[in-house]
Ligand binder design. Structure first.
Ligand code: SF4
Ligand code: SF4
Length: 384
C-alpha cells in the first residue's frame, strides 16, 4: 500500500462574489491558506462570524487576486499549479485543492413577450425602487397599487430568482401596502426557508394564483391579465430574471478537465454514491450556483458544504491513495492514449518514467475504478 503524502493546507478558489466569498470565509475559518482569484473586482468577504477556537485564522490566510482569468491547470490533488493572465500580468499559484465557485448568468427571456415599461418591471428594477432613499419620493407612485409577480412564464422560474421575487412580494406588501398577487405554474416550496416565507406571505394577505394559460395585454394604465379563473388588471407587472450557466463554463471545464452536465452546469460526480460538490477529479470541488439552483440560504449552505468537503480531504495534513489503484507496466505500454482518454478521473498522464515514455497513473488521483484496465489494448495496466 502506498505511503501517505504530506500536503500544504492551501486552497485555490475560482469565482466572483458572493459564492466564492462564502467559501473563502469558511475555509479561512477552518484554518486554510486561501487564494481567491476572481475575474472581476470583488468585495472582500466578511470577517468570520465566530473566531476559530483551535487555530485562529491569520489575517494573511486570505489573498485576493482580482482581474485574472485561468489559462492552464497542471498537476493533481495535493499539488495543483494554476496559471492566470490579467491586467497585472501573469500569475502562478499552487494549491492542494481547488474550489470552483463561478456562479451563473442572469437574463430576461425573450419569451416573456411584454416589453419593459413603467408598468412592466423586473424584480431588480423594483428592488432598486424599494431601496431608493425615501426623500426622493421614488416609491410614492407605487403605494396602495395592485401588483402581480409573474413566475414560470417562460418555463419554470429558477429557485434562485423565484425566491428573490417572493421576498420582494413580501417587501412591497409590507412597505408599499400594495395588493399583491403571485401568479405561478409550478411553485416548488421544498425548503424550510421557502415554506416559512410563503406562509408569512399568505398571512400578510398575498394571494397565490395558479395558471396554465395566461393572456396579457399592456394598457395605458397597467396590464390586463386573463387566466382560467378570471381576469384582473395590475398597475405593475413584475417579472423575475432567469438564470443559465455562464457562457465560459465549457472553456473552464476543459482547462480543469472536469465534467459539464446536459444542463450546461458543472456536473457533480456520481460514483458509488451521490456526493454533491465533488467533481470527477479528486481535489476539485464545486460550490454555489455554478452547480446548483438555490436561494441565498442554499448557496451559503453549499459553500459551507464545499469547505467541509475540502476539509475532509486535506484536514489531516496528508493524502492517502485509495487502497486499490491502477499501475502501468511501462515496458508493455505502446502510448496509444486510450487510458488517458478513458480515465473518468483524469488520473493518467504520459510521462517519462523509469527511463521510458509511457502512461503513468497518478496514485493520489486514481480512484481504482478499473476503466483503464478494461480499455488498454495491450493489457499493460492492472489494479494493485
Ligand atoms: S491504454 Fe495501455 S498501451 Fe495505451 S497508453 Fe494506456 S497503458 Fe499504454
Ligand atoms: S483505475 Fe484507471 S481509469 Fe480508474 S481512476 Fe484509476 S487510472 Fe483512472
Amino acid at each position: 500500500m502506498s505511503q501517505p503524502v504530506p500536503i500544504e493546507k492551501k486552497v485555490l478558489i475560482l469565482g466572483d462574489a458572493p459564492d466564492a466569498g462564502y467559501v473563502a470565509d469558511e475555509l479561512v475559518r477552518l484554518g486554510y491558506q486561501v487564494a481567491w482569484v476572481c475575474a472581476e473586482s470583488a468585495p472582500r468577504p466578511a470577517a468570520p462570524a465566530e473566531p476559530a477556537l483551535a487555530e485562529p485564522a491569520l489575517p494573511q490566510a486570505l489573498a485576493v487576486y482580482e482581474g485574472y482569468t485561468l489559462t492552464s491547470l497542471a498537476g493533481h490533488v495535493g499539488g495543483f499549479v494554476a496559471r492566470f493572465a490579467g491586467d497585472g500580468g501573469s500569475l502562478e499559484l499552487g494549491a492542494a485543492a481547488l474550489v470552483v465557485a463561478t456562479g451563473n448568468e442572469r437574463y430576461l427571456p425573450q419569451e416573456y413577450g411584454l416589453p419593459l415599461s413603467s408598468h412592466v418591471l423586473t424584480v431588480a428594477q423594483v428592488q432598486r425602487q424599494l431601496d431608493a432613499p425615501r426623500v426622493t419620493g421614488a416609491a410614492r407612485p407605487y403605494r396602495n397599487q395592485r401588483m402581480v409577480i409573474l413566475l414560470d412564464l417562460a418555463g419554470e422560474t429558477s429557485k434562485e430568482t423565484a425566491t428573490e421575487a417572493l421576498e420582494l412580494a413580501l417587501c412591497i406588501r409590507q412597505q408599499w401596502h400594495a395588493e399583491v398577487d403571485v401568479f405561478y405554474r409550478n411553485l416548488k416550496v421544498d425548503t424550510y426557508n421557502l415554506e416559512r416565507l410563503t406562509r408569512q406571505m399568505r398571512d400578510d394577505g398575498i394571494v397565490f394564483c395558479r395558471y396554465d394559460a395566461l393572456q396579457m395585454a399592456q394598457q395605458e394604465e397597467g396590464v390586463a391579465l386573463a387566466y382560467e379563473e378570471g381576469e384582473l388588471r395590475a398597475d405593475l407587472l413584475i417579472l423575475p430574471e432567469q438564470v443559465r450557466p455562464r457562457s465560459d463554463t465549457p472553456e473552464l471545464a476543459a482547462l480543469l478537465n472536469v465534467h459539464v452536465g446536459e444542463d450546461g452546469y458543472f456536473q457533480d460526480v456520481n460514483i458509488r454514491q451521490y456526493r454533491p460538490g465533488l467533481s470527477n477529479r479528486r481535489g476539485i470541488f464545486f460550490a454555489g450556483r455554478c452547480h446548483l439552483d438555490g436561494g441565498p440560504a442554499e448557496v451559503r449552505a453549499d459553500a459551507a458544504h464545499a469547505a467541509a468537503n475540502v476539509d475532509a480531504l486535506l484536514g489531516a495534513g496528508y493524502l492517502q491513495p485509495e487502497e486499490i489503484i491502477a499501475h502501468v507496466d511501462s515496458a508493455k505500454c505502446v502510448r496509444c492514449l486510450t487510458c488517458v482518454r478513458s480515465c473518468p478521473h483524469a488520473a493518467v498522464e504520459i510521462a517519462d518514467h523509469e527511463n521510458a515514455v509511457a502512461a503513468r497513473v497518478v496514485d493520489l488521483a486514481c480512484r481504482g475504478c478499473g476503466a483503464c484496465v478494461a480499455n488498454c489494448p495491450v493489457r499493460a495496466i492492472e489494479l494493485v
